[in-house]
Design a protein around this ligand. Structure first.
Ligand code: FES
Length: 158
């Protein structure tokens, strides 16, 4: 099975707490994303067995959500909002700055960058999601701080 014993155990515990085991699917998808770094074909197959539903159904739910990925993207993920409010408050410049500064700080593919729809953090525009933390309003000084913060938190970074 593509999932670790610990991941399977956590998912089964969640299934037992739900009125219907399949109600734990979103929790399971999020858990797999965190533990395995992706919800790829092998993970979908394993979840299909655990939930006794077809892989197509698992895949359909997994591909609906931006925060789940079918391939490994890096240990950390910075998602910059491209919603209207954030774009009006210079999110495009933040995005450009992140890309440029990331090349200076991370020689390897440790951090994935992506643009996402509104994060629901419009009152803090321009906003971003750094791993699981919402941040904003961002300015150019924050960009370097975010990237250096990731270096500080990443025990494997050298
Ligand atoms: S438009 Fe960016 S958080 Fe809503």
């Amino acid at each position: 099975m593509a999932l670790s014993e610990a991941t399977v155990k956590v998912i089964k515990q969640a299934q037992q707490k739900m009125p219907m085991p399949r109600s734990a699917l979103l929790f399971a998808l999020r858990t797999v994303q965190i533990d395995e770094g992706q919800v790829g074909p092998k993970e979908v197959e394993a979840l299909s067995e655990l939930f006794a539903v077809s892989p197509v159904q698992i895949e359909g739910v997994a591909r609906f959500y931006d925060l789940l990925s079918g391939e490994p993207k890096g240990r950390h993920h910075v998602r910059v909002c491209e919603g209207v409010v954030c774009v009006m408050r210079d999110a495009d410049a933040i995005w450009e700055s992140l890309g440029t500064q990331m090349e200076d700080i991370f020689p390897t593919n440790i951090v994935a960058l992506s643009r996402v729809a509104c994060l629901g953090h419009c009152d803090h525009a321009p906003a971003a999601l750094v791993d699981d933390s919402l941040v904003g309003p961002l300015d150019h000084d924050d960009v370097r701080e975010i990237l250096e913060g990731i270096v500080g938190r990443d025990a494997d970074y050298d």
